[in-house]
Design a protein around this ligand. Structure first.
Ligand code: FES
Length: 142
């Protein structure tokens, strides 16, 4: 029986932003399409799992993505646009290379500075991590 190794990072994009716009998903779907293309090399190399999700709980400031991995610090960024896709993939590469998921702010792509909305630290060692599964196991939230 073969076991798959989870990628060192997952990236989720909210496809329902802007939920308050006349056409829901006006920003999120365009961001998702841009990210799908920009992240293709990283996803095909098995270094990133890319998922579209209905909401990342950042609706007040549309254009939300989350970066995470098992036992790493998770982050959510907001107010993103399709033009940010390449910078987001660059950040995802830094995130994947970090054993903790912590990427010093000075290393972030300049275009993403000021977009950090949420930081979630991993649970303490020994705590139940069974809910901290790759995105194909869960479909929403961070
Ligand atoms: S609709 Fe995008 S974060 Fe809620």
């Amino acid at each position: 029986m073969a076991f798959s190794v989870p990628p060192p990072a997952w990236l989720k994009v909210c496809t329902t932003c802007d939920r308050y716009a006349p056409v829901t998903g006006s920003i999120g779907e365009r961001l998702a399409q841009a990210l799908d293309e920009a992240s293709s090399a990283m996803t095909s190399a098995g270094r990133l799992a890319f998922r579209r999700v209905p909401c990342l709980s950042g609706c007040k400031f549309p254009g939300n993505i989350a970066l995470g991995a098992s036992a790493k610090t998770k982050i959510r960024l907001n107010r993103l646009r399709p033009e940010d896709a390449d910078d987001l993939v660059a950040l995802a590469e830094l995130y994947a290379a970090s054993p903790t998921g912590e990427v010093p702010e000075e290393d972030w792509p300049v275009g993403l500075k000021g977009h950090l909305a949420t930081v979630i630290k991993p649970r303490l060692a020994g705590a139940d991590q069974s809910r901290d599964q790759p995105p194909q196991e869960r479909t929403s939230g961070i």
